[in-house]
Design a protein around this ligand. Structure first.
Ligand SMILES: [Zn+2]
Ligand SMILES: [Zn+2]
Length: 266
């Protein structure tokens, strides 16, 4: 089969892509990017995401409150998330987590909302998409404490944290997803961490419209560029692009259980 990559994390609902979504999907497929998960940042805006998933067969969605928006949705409940997770094409919970770089919501509110999402992931056993930035210690503490109450599948998305968080995540059964950050010149530390993440726990993503890899750095990112990150990840792991595509897609379909793996059909 030809190249099969998955953009496990993008934001196709953002206005950056208005009027261009069909072209975007076509360009992505031309680059071997065949499936997409458009990630929720506001539970209250879930209908917009669902509309996009209905428009494009290859696009799936998550449901959750981004830590930046935790102050606006502080009272989201486990029941609400679990109920919304039953909607057609919802395949994950999140993104939720801790962002101490921007501190857009009070840290205690971020933590409370994050724990709500963990409980929903535990109950549904859908993968939790975790956003962690400059919050390594608290993130490790919460993941270890909450895992002790009962396991839940999770992804450390757009990994840009320290080695200790990657190791703790892997030890707890989590996956680590790399974005365009992996390809940046000054990201040698992130590449060194990626080199040590077990092959069976790796994912790739764009986080588009943010974080375009070179030669597009500073411009709008789009799902087609997943391939550029996968190429660098292949180099880091000392394998070819086909192998990275196959392994990260294997991981993706193992984790995102609700999505059928078309590679195995026939
Ligand atoms: Zn994020
Ligand atoms: Zn995101």
């Amino acid at each position: 089969m030809s190249l099969f990559l998955v953009d496990s994390h993008c934001h196709l609902d953002f206005p950056d892509f208005d009027g261009e979504r069909a072209d975007l999907i076509t360009r992505a497929k031309d680059n071997g990017v065949q499936r997409f998960v458009t990630i929720s940042t506001f539970v209250s805006k879930i209908e917009r995401l669902l509309a996009i998933t209905r428009e494009f067969d290859e696009v799936y969605a998550s449901v959750g409150t981004h830590p930046h928006n935790a102050g606006e949705e502080p009272d989201v409940t486990v029941a609400q998330l679990v109920e919304l997770s039953t909607r057609d094409k919802i395949v994950a919970i999140g993104e939720a987590g801790l962002d101490y770089h921007y501190d857009k919501a009070p840290r205690d509110v971020q933590a409370k909302v994050f724990r709500t999402h963990i409980a929903a992931a535990r109950e549904t056993q859908l993968p939790l998409v975790i956003h962690a930035r400059e919050a390594d210690e608290d993130m490790i503490a919460i993941l270890e404490e909450e895992s002790g109450k009962g396991a839940f599948p999770f992804i450390l998305h757009c990994f840009s944290s320290g080695r200790a968080l990657a190791e703790a995540g892997v030890a707890l059964g989590g996956y680590v997803s790399f974005s365009g950050i992996l390809t940046f010149k000054n990201s040698a530390d992130i590449r060194a961490i990626a080199a040590d993440v077990p092959m069976e726990r790796l994912l790739v993503e764009t986080d588009a419209p943010y974080l375009a890899p070179p030669p597009h750095r500073g411009k709008r990112n789009e799902p087609a560029f997943t391939r550029l990150t996968a190429e660098v990840l292949a180099e880091v792991k000392g394998v070819d692009l086909d192998t990275i595509a196959r392994r990260t897609s294997d991981n993706f379909f193992r984790l995102f259980k609700r999505i059928e793996d078309p590679r195995t059909a026939g």
